[in-house]
Design a binder for this molecule. Sequence first.
Ligand SMILES: [Mg+2]
Length: 260
Amino acid sequence: MTRTGSATPHLFADWDGIARRIRENQRLALFLDFDGTLVRIAAMPDHVRLEEEMRGVLRKLAAHQKVTLTVISGRQRAELQRYIGLRNMQYLGLYGWESNGNKTVPFPDRVALVSVLLSLLAELPSYPGVWIEPKRNTFSVHLKDASGETKRRVVRQVERRIKPLAQSLKVMANLRDVEVAPVSIGDKGVAVRKFLDQPDMRGALPIYFGDDFSDEPAFAAAERGISVLVGKRRATRAQYCVRGPVEVAEALSRMEKIIR
Ligand SMILES: [Mg+2]
């Protein structure tokens, strides 16, 4: 179900009910997005910093036998490991597709990806506030500092380039960038569903925090549990909302105290 922005209750407004579900469940499957959820958005993606308070509560949760902790992001997995640097947790990169570095994208899709990347690299930098980040199996066109008009033009241009290659590539629109990815890379909902389908996870309570449009399929996949939109309110499939990473840390710390 999609709610309008103002209809989504704050997570702490219904805390007693949430605390009860956390206490009563034998297993918690906790999923956390990274940018805008665990860390504040920085001027450049590589300027983000995980606050020590957040790292501390993640460490405690990861060590708890009742909790499986997963960070799931559009970033590459190695970056997540570098920024967080904790053990006993799972890192999923590229929207959950990248779990251990062993997967490969079909060759024709890789060729299509590189050809679109090269043409956009030549076309797009002339727009102010727009830059391209090549990743191993996808690339991002960053738009955080671009005007609304530039954003619309760039998205249209990216979509036009992808159209003849729709068998191989897709475009994912996020809050601050668009991602071009092979069609074989699923969304975060696919990854969350796959995780929850494991035999030992069938009875687990899923808890999902995320801020972006790419988190919406995962809110839906975590429907039987607790889903939380982080940041500015908007129409969402999440059941609850919090204002930003500071309140995410507060929520995680409350959860940790309940199960301690
Ligand atoms: Mg995010």
